[in-house]
Design a binder for this molecule. Structure first.
Ligand SMILES: C[S@@+](CC[C@H](N)C(=O)[O-])C[C@H]1O[C@@H](n2cnc3c(N)ncnc32)[C@H](O)[C@@H]1O
Length: 273
C-alpha cells in the first residue's frame, strides 16, 4: 500500500467511497455520526462562523456544523468521491440548508482561499491521505488567525483482533507500516509539525452494537473497510466471516447482541492569533 503512487491510491479510495455512498452510516450501527457530533461539539462552533469539513462523506460533521453555525454561518464540505458529494449535496438541499455547499476536491490540496475559515474538521479522514503532513499544512493555511482544527481517528486499537483476522487472509504486502496514527503523541506531533498550537487529545469509548455476524458484515461493507474485503478472494469471504463470528462470541451481551468497544481519539488544535 505504501508503495502505491498517490494518484492511484486516491483513485482507489474514491472508488470505494463511491460504492458505499448509498449505505454509508445507514445500516443500523451508530458510528460516524456520534463521533463527528462529539468532534464538532469539542470545537464549540458559534453562530455565524465559517467551517470547512474535509472528507465530508455523507455529512456526519457537516450537518452538525451547519446546525451550530446557523443560517448566518457557512459550511463547505469537500470530498474526493463524486458519489459522496452528490448524495450529501442533495441531502443539504433537501434540508434547505443554504449555508452549506459541497464540492468534489482533494483534501490534500483543497484549493480553497487562505484564511477563510474559523473551523477545519476532518472526521476519520486524515489517515487516508497519502501525505497527511502536507494536508495538515494546507488546512492550517485555510484557517483565519485563531481558527480551530479538529480531527478524529481510531484511539487505542480495541479492534486489533479484527486486524489479526483480516491479516490471515491478506497478502503480506497489505500489512500496514507503523504510522503517526498509532498513538495520541504521534498525531499530536504531526499536527504540531504542521504549525498548529495548543495541540491536545481527548478520547472516549464508543460501543458498536451488532445483532449478529451478518449485521457485522453488512456494516463492514458499508464503509472504508470494504477496501479490505476487495483484497481477499471472494471464495474466502465465508472463512473470514466464520473467523469473525468466533471472535464476536467474546462480545456477546445478555440481550444476545454483540457489543464491541473502540476508543475514539479527537485531536484538537488552534492556529495562532
Ligand atoms: C471514513 S469516511 C468519513 C466521512 C465523514 N467525515 C464522516 O465522519 O462520516 C472518509 C471520507 O474521506 C473521503 N476521502 C478520502 N480521501 C480523501 C481525499 N484525499 N480528499 C477528500 N476526501 C477524501 C472519502 O471519500 C470518504 O468520504
Amino acid at each position: 500500500m505504501g508503495l502505491m503512487p498517490a494518484s492511484e491510491r486516491r483513485a482507489q479510495i474514491a472508488a470505494v467511497f463511491d460504492q458505499v455512498a448509498d449505505v454509508y452510516d445507514n445500516v443500523g450501527v451508530p458510528w460516524f455520526t456520534p463521533i463527528a457530533e462529539r468532534l464538532v461539539g469539542a470545537l464549540h462552533p458559534q453562530p455565524g462562523e465559517r467551517a470547512v469539513d474535509l472528507g465530508c462523506g455523507r455529512g456526519a460533521a457537516l450537518f452538525a456544523l451547519a446546525d451550530a453555525v446557523g443560517p448566518q454561518g457557512r459550511v463547505t464540505g469537500i470530498d474526493l468521491s463524486a458519489g459522496m458529494v452528490g448524495a450529501t449535496a442533495a441531502d443539504a438541499a433537501a434540508r434547505g440548508l443554504g449555508q452549506v455547499r459541497v464540492v468534489q476536491r482533494d483534501a490534500g490540496e483543497p484549493g480553497l482561499p487562505a484564511g477563510e475559515f474559523d473551523l477545519a474538521v476532518a472526521s476519520f479522514v486524515v489517515f487516508f491521505l497519502p501525505a497527511p503532513l502536507a494536508a495538515l499544512r494546507a488546512w492550517h493555511r485555510l484557517l483565519a488567525p485563531g481558527g480551530r482544527l479538529g480531527l478524529s481517528t481510531f484511539g487505542d486499537h480495541g479492534a486489533g483482533w479484527l486486524d489479526d483476522v483480516f491479516g490471515r487472509f491478506l497478502p503480506a504486502s497489505a500489512f500496514r507500516a507503523p504510522s503517526p496514527f498509532d498513538s495520541d503523541t504521534g498525531v499530536e506531533q504531526l499536527v504540531g509539525a504542521a504549525g498548529f498550537r495548543r495541540v491536545r487529545t481527548e478520547t472516549f469509548p464508543l460501543d458498536v452494537v451488532l445483532r449478529d455476524v451478518d449485521h457485522w458484515q453488512q456494516w463492514s461493507m458499508s464503509h472504508g473497510q470494504r477496501a479490505v474485503w476487495a483484497r481477499i478472494p471472494a471464495e474466502r469471504h465465508p472463512e473470514v466471516k466464520a473467523a469473525v463470528a468466533e471472535h464476536l462470541e467474546t462480545f456477546r451481551t445478555a440481550d444476545g447482541t454483540y457489543r464491541v468497544g473502540q476508543s475514539i481519539r479527537l485531536t484538537l488544535a488552534d492556529r495562532d492569533d
